[in-house]
Design a protein around this ligand. Structure first.
Ligand SMILES: [Zn+2]
Length: 292
């Protein structure tokens, strides 16, 4: 019995040491530690990734810049209650939206206005946001795939890449009270290269496609945030194939599952489908943070 306990504690110690060695730190209580971590992070050479459910992610860069991706928060069933208030994100320097669907554009317009931070998204989506008068042109700048932007300075490079999906913009016309389906551009993913060269690939919503191999070869992402829920995006099996055969990143965070009934895929199924792999998977919960 004692021996079993000892073995277990040694295993736990080993895991902790391993995680420390590769520079990863789990923050158990995101709410309590948010402010502390924000202070710690600036200038420490670390990148913090806070996942808030579905695809919503807050990233704090090495120099303390804050990027929010796909800010579906106030209506997101998986966002922890303390983050349903947009002020809880702290200051936001930049918003990235992968495509026009409501579970990605989410609170983007309000967040952009509140922080006077530009919302970068597919050209067609940002054009519609301008045309509808929802955002002024300076807060809805247009870009497209293969385009690299540096709105936070030359040391942070953001590139839009392909995603296999759709991007309708559904907007409720206040004059009629009825929903209208408008142009939302082409869906994409984002590759962010940080000040220290570390690269994050937030894949947005996507099905499996062969050019993931090209994206891996050309951009060499270290960390992927990969959708696994199925139905609208890759299933765990698809995502495992993409991870092992095409992307081969050092780290992976599974996202876009369990938010709605159709998104049935689980991190456990993803890990099982991966089998023996060189990728370290972090099956974190909404509100958890990782530091790279
Ligand atoms: Zn979508």
């Amino acid at each position: 019995m004692k021996r079993a306990v000892l073995n277990l504690s040694m295993k736990i110690m080993h895991t902790i040491l391993l995680m420390a060695a590769i520079g990863i730190v789990f923050a158990a209580d995101a709410a309590a530690q948010a402010q502390i971590s924000d202070k710690k992070i600036a200038g420490t050479g670390k990148i913090e990734v806070l996942w808030l459910g579905q695809s919503a992610t807050r990233i704090t860069t090495v120099s303390g810049k804050v990027i929010v991706i796909d800010p579906f928060l106030t209506q997101n069933p998986k966002t922890p209650p303390q983050y349903k208030n947009l002020d809880a994100l702290g200051k936001v320097d930049l918003i990235l939206v992968t495509h026009a669907h409501g579970d990605h554009l989410g609170d983007g317009v309000e967040l952009a206005k509140k922080n006077k931070a530009p919302l970068w998204g597919p050209a067609g989506l940002d054009q519609s946001l301008q045309t509808l008068g929802l955002l002024p042109p300076d807060l809805a700048p247009r870009m497209n795939k293969s385009g690299t932007i540096t709105p936070l300075g030359p040391d942070i490079k953001i590139t839009m890449v392909h995603a296999e999906h759709s991007s309708e913009l559904v907007w409720r016309n206040p004059a009629t009270g009825k929903d209208e389906t408008l142009v939302g551009g082409e869906p994409g993913g984002f590759i962010i290269e940080f000040e220290n060269g570390f690269k994050l690939y937030h894949m947005g919503d996507t099905g499996l496609f062969g050019d993931m191999k090209f994206i891996a070869e050309y951009y060499k992402p270290d960390l992927i945030m990969i959708p696994i829920g199925g139905h609208f995006v890759m299933s765990p099996k698809d995502a495992a194939y993409a991870t092992n055969q095409y992307l081969k990143p050092k780290f992976a965070i599974p996202i876009h599952y369990a938010t709605f009934p159709q998104l049935k895929g689980t991190p456990q199924e993803y890990i099982q489908a991966l089998g023996k792999t060189s990728t370290k998977v972090f099956p974190i919960n909404p509100g958890d943070k990782l530091t790279f």
